[in-house]
Every structure is written in C-alpha cells, then in structure tokens.
Design a protein around this ligand. Structure first.
Ligand code: FAD
Length: 409
C-alpha cells in the first residue's frame, strides 16, 4: 500500500516534518485548527540551537534554509544568569560558528516552513480523534470531516487532542509555574533600549521574591525580512516587524493574574533592575500573554499502529534551556528520515515509527528532565543554590548594567 501521511498541527514540528516528507516524495497533508496561517501570534522569537538548525537543514530545500539563516540573528553570544540587579552570577559563551545557535522569529520561521506546502495545508481543521479502519487510519475533525492515510502524526502541541489515543497515560503534569511573556520594540527614540553590555546576551535574572525570575533576549533580524523574502521568496507574506526584545516574567501559579497581564507584570517586576520595568512598560499592547508550564510524561506504550506524536504533543517541557522547539524540529527530521527510508526501500512503516519513538524518547525526555531541573533551580524559594546565585556569585563580578543606565542607553 502506498505510504500517505496525515499531520495534525501546522506548528514548527508539523511543518518541518511535512517539508522533510515532501523532499522524499511522500504524499503528505497537514490539518491545522487555526482558521488561517497567522491567526494568532504563536510566541515571539526562539533560540534555534545546533539540533534545530541541523533539522531545518535536513528538511528544507537549500534556498529556504538559507533564507532562515539570513533573516535569523547573528550566531553566537552569551547566556547570563544574574541577580535581580542584572549582576552576573554565571556567563556562558556560545561561539559564533556558521552552524551556531541563533535567534529566529517564530512567525517568520513558520512562514518559511510553509513555502511549497500551500496546497497541502488545510486550516480550520481541528483534529478530535484518530481510529483504525482496516490497514488505514482515519483522522476525524471537529467539523465532521475526516482524512484517511497510512500514517497519522499528532503535532498538535501541548494540548494534543490525539495524545490520549496514541500514547495513553502520557499527559503532561502541571509544574505550578507560570510566565507572562511580552515583546518590546528594540529601538525607541532612535536608540536601542538594550545597553551594549547585553547586546548579544540572553539574560535570566533571578528575583529576590520566592520563585520569581525575569528573562530577556533580543531579536535582531540578520537581513530585513521584507528584503530577504523579496529576493528569495517573492510574493510570500512576511509576518515579521522590526527588531524587538522578548521578555518573560516567571512567577508561581498562585500569583498568576486574572486581569491585564502587562499591568501584573509591571507590578511583579518592581524588585528588578530598572531596565526590566522599562521593558515591561514599553511592551506592545496586544502581545503580552500569560501561560503556564507543563512537564511531559514518558509514554509507556504506543497502542495505535501507524500513529505517533512529535513535539510538545508528546514531550512538553518548561521553556528553560530553549529545548522545546528544537526538540520538535529534531523529531520532525528524525521521523521524516525514518519514513523516507521505509518509503525508498519498501520496508515496514511500523518498524520506522518504532525506531523513531525509541530514539526520540531518549533525547526528548533527557531535555524534559534538564529543563524541569533548571526550572526548579531558578524558581527555588530559598536554599544554598539561590543564595549562591543571588548573594555570592554576583559580588564576584563587575556591575554588568549600571542601575543609572539612561533610559535609552
Ligand atoms: C515563551 C516561550 C518561549 C520559548 N522559547 C523557546 C526557545 O527559545 N527555543 C525552543 O526550542 N523552544 C522554545 N519554546 C518552546 C517551543 O515554542 C515549543 O516547544 C514548540 O513550539 C513546539 O512545537 P510543536 O510544533 O510541537 O507545537 P506548536 O508550535 O504548539 O504547534 C502546534 C500546532 O497545532 C495546532 N493545533 C492544536 N490543536 C490542534 C488540533 N486539535 N488539530 C489541529 N491542529 C491543532 C496549533 O494551532 C499549532 O499551530 C518556547 C515556548 C514559550 C512558551
């Protein structure tokens, strides 16, 4: 029987898999719940690391991979863990190699991943169930429609509607930690709002309040997206604006606001360096969101032959360490390669899927464990680690950003 693949969810993982399968000449369809490709802001920038870049390189046509690199930020830089006054406790350096990690705007990356898939992605199709029918699987949608294929992949994110059927008992657990995320234009009054000392840094500042932290990083497009798309993909929609700072305020679930999240972030950020308050105050009005963090559970079994999961649908993880999206891309490239090999050799698809699941479970749940561990350390309410990070190590370093740094310095 001919190999046909249906993917639920046109996020980073689902689209990357579709690209990989298309390269292998496999008939693939993607069904997305949102009514159109950019119906909502799907987050801001993401740090794409060596694994994520390798997955994009393996899955995208070369010119689209080059477009992703060209519009991404400069490779390399620093990641700093600081105290609330932005004094360094730990500074990690990432080399600026051609394959080195970099910032990418998520909407722009999705736009690139959609190129060439137009006929194959359908919107307004919320998957609700998957069931076997003879040698095929039937994916059912909320609108009453259905699609048949030999393989079904749930790439429908953290709230996956297909997980309970494909990997029963693997629902993610609530972490008790939430985040308010925002996006602030990088340039105000003709000058960067981020001081030079932090130009190429991601920063995670540990607050004095129990469980409180603030994260910031800058998205500087390597090439202006409109110009880069005009030459590489003329006529395509470019969903990115100007350079910006993405920030996130980490808080305990009990503190999560019920009203305006930006006002809550401004109130909760008062104990931090004044730069933090200015970033929150200058944030885009419609782009501040509250989200809660979940920790994925290892699937114990995969009872539905021909069906599997990728990305957050199977291994949700808190956004500490920037692994979630990269792991979703890695899953897509790996599953795509296994299915492509089965397609080329006529080998068993079930074996290809099982091999993907074994390999994925190892690296993905290692990433889940690392990000959950990091979250626990960063949000510790006290103890030795917090004392070390906020009271001891920062005193050993020079001041990173003076408290008096001018509003537009
Ligand atoms: C603030 C923040 C910052 C982050 N930063 C980073 C980072 O720097 N690096 C990193 O690697 N990761 C990062 N992550 C994690 C990363 O965003 C996710 O891990 C990644 O988006 C997962 O991709 P996915 O394709 O599995 O799911 P998603 O991107 O969530 O895509 C799922 C898609 O499925 C659709 N869908 C949902 N339900 C259905 C349904 N029933 N039927 C059909 N379609 C459906 C959704 O509309 C969506 O389009 C961050 C996360 C957050 C919240």
């Amino acid at each position: 029987m001919e190999l046909t693949v249906t993917i639920a969810g046109a996020g980073l993982g689902g689209l990357c898999l579709a690209q990989r399968l298309l390269r292998a000449g496999i008939d693939v369809r993607v069904y997305e719940a949102d009514p159109e490709p950019f119906a909502r802001r799907q987050g801001y920038r993401i740090t794409v690391d060596a694994d994520g870049l390798a997955a994009l390189r393996d899955s995208l046509p070369a010119e689209l991979y080059r477009l992703a690199l060209a519009t991404g930020g400069e490779p390399g830089g620093y990641f700093r863990i600081t105290d609330a006054r932005l004094r360094d406790a730990i500074k990690l350096t990432f080399p600026a190699t051609p394959d080195g990690g970099r910032q990418m705007d998520r909407q722009l990356l999705r736009s690139i991943l959609l190129i060439g898939l137009d006929e194959r992605v359908q919107y307004g199709k919320r998957a609700v169930a998957v069931e076997p029918d003879g040698a095929e699987l039937v994916l059912r949608f909320a609108d009453g429609g259905s699609a048949r294929s030999t393989v079904v992949v749930g790439a429908d994110g953290i709230g996956s509607a297909l997980r309970s059927r494909i990997a029963p008992g693997a629902d993610p657990a609530d972490s008790g930690v939430s985040g308010i995320y925002g996006r602030t234009p990088l340039v105000r009054g003709g000058r960067d709002v981020i001081p030079d000392a932090l130009r190429k840094s991601g920063v995670l500042a540990i607050g004095d309040e129990p469980g409180r932290a603030f994260f910031l990083t800058t998205m500087r497009f390597g090439q202006p997206p409109v110009a880069a798309f005009a030459s590489a993909a003329p006529g395509r929609f470019v969903p990115a604006g100007d350079d910006y700072v993405m920030w996130g305020l980490v808080l305990r679930r009990g503190e999560a606001p019920t009203g305006d999240p930006r006002a809550a972030a401004a109130r909760l950020a008062t104990g931090f360096h004044p730069l933090v308050g200015r970033l929150v105050e200058g944030a885009d009005d419609d782009a501040t969101i509250l989200t809660s963090f979940a920790v994925g559970s290892r699937p114990a079994r995969w009872p539905l032959a021909g069906a599997t999961l990728i990305g957050d649908a199977v291994h949700a993880m808190p956004p500490f360490g920037a692994h979630g999206g990269n792991t979703a891309l890695r899953d897509a490239a790996l599953l795509g390669a296994k299915l492509a090999a089965a397609h080329a050799s006529g080998g068993p698809v079930a074996g290809a899927i099982a091999a993907y699941q074994d390999e994925m479970a190892r690296y993905a749940f290692d990433a889940v464990d690392r990000s959950a561990r990091m979250m626990r350390r960063i949000t510790a309410t006290g103890g030795f680690q917090k004392w070390l990070m906020t009271r001891v190590l920062p005193r050993l370093h020079r001041v990173t950003v003076a408290d008096t740094v001018s509003e537009t310095a």
